[in-house]
Every structure is written in structure tokens, then in C-alpha cells.
Design a protein around this ligand. Structure first.
Ligand code: ZN
Length: 316
């Protein structure tokens, strides 16, 4: 493993090294592939003072990055925008990167401590300032437009790294100004070797669930817990109505939208596609109702009964 703990992605690192003189990248790929770590690696590389292997992991810039206190790195991600009042909040609740994150002059409420344009107007502490936009698909049109000029002609040779789960969701004027790299999944062999290195164990189910996403290995405790909860729910569903409701109740208390929906889909992968589709629909429906602040206990109870019906356990 390299100083930044990147698992796999040797080819992407090679490409990034060759292209490091560019001033805007767009890294695309599903969550947990390691895009964020790759962005940090490139930040470390362009700021590293080593005369040999970069990033070295030990120079002042590299150590600042490893301490998560790099003065030349600014990361911008989406925030949940909420209107005022409950009804407005329900309707308007969506993640965006607003213009006020980009320009101080547009941040009347002082919602952001740092603004991209003003931050870039001061030169770097080390070599190059780097702006990581984590979730480029969340830039609204106004924010993207405000960025265009600095992306095209970045002050002080600054570097932009846009990350997105889906290239097609990013505003085309941003896409066209970037060097685009699709981040592929890491091979099973590399993932297996990394897991062995991390904890000396084999875990075929975790590897299958990870499907080439190193981020799953790095958060393996959360992934394993979600998989275990998903198995418990399926067993409960099969055992009977009361067991199903009690398993649903247990799941509700631990439910993490970042892990459990995917874990549930994963443990249900052996059912036929028609059944899986119905399970997915019920799960999506439950998540939507949770987002609308429905009673969580009720939502999970209904989900368990619906899954039991779809799986054919509720007859008789
Ligand atoms: Zn270094």
C-alpha cells in the first residue's frame, strides 16, 4: 500500500501522475471506489517536496495531509438545503452545492466559513492549491457557472478535482473543462490481498459485497454489521409474523441508509429477479416515507410484512 493507503488503482495513479500538470479533473465512479482518496493522493503528489517518489508521506506537505490539516486543500460537498416550515422542508429537502459555497459575495447569511473564489485568491502555502468538489452532480447551475472561469484559468496554477458517482448528472460545461477519468472497480485479487493485509482474515461475503470497492474494506465493521442485520431480518421474515416484526423493530433501531439498503439487496440477491424487484420497490417506498418523517416503527413493520408477502411466507 502507498502512503495514503490506496488499495489498487495502480493504473489510475499512473495516469494521474502523467497528467498532473492539468488543472481540472473529473473522477467518476460509484461510491466507495476510493475517489476521495485518489483526490488526496493527487493533492499530496502535486504538493510533495520529495525529490524521489511522490507523494513521499513524510515531507511537511504530506504529513499535513495525513493529519487532515493541509492548508492548500479545500473540500466542498453538498449540504441539505431546507426551506423554512415543515411543509417547505419536505418539498425542498435536497442536497446541493449552492452558489454561496463558491462566492462570499453571495453568502448573505454567512453559512460558509470558506468560499472557493476567495480562498483561491490567496497563493498556496506549499505548491498548488487544490479544490475538491465531492459530489459534482450537486452543483446547481448558478454555482457551476460561478466556477467556470476559475476552472478554466485557475489562479496560481490551482487544481480542481471534481468527484461524481455519475458523469451524466454533472453539468456539461463543467464536464467539458475537465480531464475525465472513470474509476474502475479494483480486482478481486487485489481486494483479497488488501483485506488479508488489513486484518489477516478471509471474508468471501464481504469481498462479494464490496464488488471491487476498497471503501467497503476500509469501513468493514459497518459493512459487516449491516450484512449481519440483513441476514437476521431475512431469517426473521421466514420464521413467522411475530419474528418478522421483531426483526424489523431491531433493524429500525440500527438502520443506516448508507449501508442497510444495499446490504438488504445483497442478501436478497439469490431470489429471482421478479421477487427482487418487488423487494426493492418496498424498500424504496420505506426509505421515501422515512425521509418524509413518517413513524419509523410503522414503516419498518409495513416493510417486513410486505417482504413476507412478496417472499411467499405470509400464506396460511
Ligand atoms: Zn511528500
Amino acid at each position: 500500500m502507498n502512503p495514503l493507503g490506496i488499495i489498487g488503482h495502480a493504473q489510475i495513479l499512473e495516469q494521474l501522475s502523467q497528467l498532473e500538470g492539468r488543472h481540472a479533473f473529473l473522477l467518476a465512479g460509484v461510491p466507495r471506489l476510493g475517489k476521495h482518496k485518489l483526490a488526496h493522493w493527487l493533492t499530496a503528489r502535486v504538493n510533495c517536496s520529495s525529490t524521489s517518489e511522490k507523494p513521499c508521506g513524510i515531507c511537511p506537505s504530506c504529513t499535513a495531509l495525513l493529519r487532515e490539516a493541509h492548508p492548500d486543500l479545500l473540500e466542498v460537498g453538498p449540504k441539505l438545503e431546507t426551506g423554512s416550515g415543515k411543509a417547505a422542508r419536505r418539498a425542498a429537502r435536497r442536497a446541493i452545492i449552492p452558489i454561496k459555497a463558491i462566492a462570499a459575495s453571495r453568502d448573505d447569511g454567512h453559512d460558509f466559513d470558506v468560499h472557493v473564489l476567495e480562498w483561491l485568491s490567496i497563493g498556496p502555502h506549499y505548491r498548488r492549491k487544490v479544490v475538491v468538489i465531492d459530489g459534482a452532480e450537486f452543483l446547481n447551475a448558478e454555482a457551476a457557472n460561478a466556477l467556470l472561469k476559475v476552472v478554466e484559468e485557475p489562479p496560481n496554477n490551482a487544481l480542481f478535482i471534481f468527484l461524481t458517482r455519475d458523469l451524466l448528472e454533472v453539468i456539461p460545461t463543467i464536464v467539458s473543462r475537465c480531464t475525465r477519468l472513470n474509476i474502475p472497480p479494483v480486482s478481486e485479487g487485489k481486494m483479497d490481498a488488501a483485506l488479508t493485509l488489513l486484518e489477516g482474515t478471509e471474508d468471501p461475503e464481504l469481498l462479494a459485497f464490496a464488488a471491487g470497492r476498497p471503501g467497503v474494506l476500509l469501513e468493514r465493521d459497518a459493512a459487516r454489521a449491516a450484512l449481519s442485520d440483513a441476514h437476521t431480518l431475512l431469517e426473521g421474515l421466514e420464521s413467522g409474523m411475530l419474528e418478522a416484526l421483531s426483526a424489523a423493530d431491531a433493524l429500525e433501531k440500527k438502520f443506516d441508509p448508507l449501508w442497510h439498503p444495499e446490504a438488504l439487496g445483497f442478501v436478497a440477491r439469490h431470489f429471482d429477479s421478479r421477487v427482487r424487484l418487488k423487494l426493492d420497490e418496498a424498500l424504496l417506498d420505506a426509505q421515501e416515507r422515512l425521509e418524509q418523517y413518517a413513524n419509523a416503527g410503522l414503516v419498518f413493520g409495513v416493510l417486513a410484512l410486505e417482504w413476507r408477502r412478496v417472499l411467499g411466507y405470509s400464506g396460511g
